[in-house]
Design a protein around this ligand. Structure first.
Ligand code: GEK
Length: 236
């Protein structure tokens, strides 16, 4: 998408052109993405409770949904997958219709800020919170916490920012080296970065941890990190 020079790079949008390249793009852009997807299946298998709901918020094409769908063995458990991109949810519904076995999945095209969360044992926000305006994050996480059953879990994966400028520069550089190793050119990397400016708003781990604790989670820790991409587990 960003291989030829673009005069004015528009803000990033999850439209049909992104859907077409999405699985390839996210794997080549997010270090450790596939490891996180597999681990979401393992965590969901462990934490999914009978007669409860597992939410995949900002599901895109449902990588985390499929991972949970085929790993959870709890009875009478279903998945609710939500994304506000029409192009993403349309493609996810088509992919689900060809996928046999596993849990029932409801796919909703909606803003996750407006979705009711209830009777949840597992909630996944896999690289989604970073696209929500910072001022709305507390209310969204508070709603997630309230909707979780006792013993429930939130899996929150995010691009991180660092307070120390040397650390910030180093991790940004390492991420670019990762993308180059995946075959992206300097032009693609810099145009994508412009497109994501003001759209993807990263925060530090300590900001995430404090917010998670302030909405009620009793513990929030990183279980995986690869450069400036981390996945956290928050326990109710
Ligand atoms: C994966 N979780 O492959 N409401 C609903 N969806 C939203 C909102 C919102 N307010 N804002 C953004 N999105 C996926 C990857 S991608 C991450 C998640 C990335 C959706 C948006 O449409 C997109 O599909 C997703 O969040 C973010 O495990 O592209 O870096």
């Amino acid at each position: 998408m960003y291989s030829s020079p673009i005069g004015l790079v528009n803000s990033f949008k999850f439209d049909q052109s992104v859907v077409n390249v999405f699985p390839d793009m996210i794997q080549r852009s997010v270090p450790g993405y596939q490891t996180i997807i597999s681990a979401i299946g393992l965590l969901a298998e462990r934490y999914a409770q009978e007669h409860s709901v597992c939410y995949d918020l900002g599901c895109s094409l449902g990588a985390a949904t499929f991972s949970m769908k085929h790993q959870i063995s709890a009875t009478d458990c279903k998945i609710v997958a939500v994304d506000n991109s029409e192009a993403m949810t349309q493609q996810l519904r088509a992919n689900l219709s060809h996928d046999e076995g596993g849990l029932e999945v409801d796919c909703l095209c909606a803003d996750i800020r407006n979705v009711v969360i209830e009777n949840a044992s597992v909630v996944v926000l896999n690289f989604t919170l970073q696209f929500i305006p910072i001022e709305d994050r507390q209310a969204l996480l508070s709603k997630v916490y309230q909707g979780l059953l006792p013993g429930g879990i939130l899996i929150l994966s995010e691009k991180l920012k660092f307070d120390d400028q040397r650390q910030q520069d180093l991790q940004t550089d390492l991420h670019h080296a990762f993308k180059k190793s995946q075959g992206y050119s300097d032009l693609e990397i810099s145009q994508k970065r412009s497109a994501l400016e003001n759209v993807l708003l990263a925060e530090t781990f300590s900001t995430h941890q404090q917010r998670l604790q302030s909405v009620g989670f009793s513990s929030a820790e990183v279980w995986f990190q690869y450069f400036n991409f981390a996945s956290m587990i928050a326990l109710k």
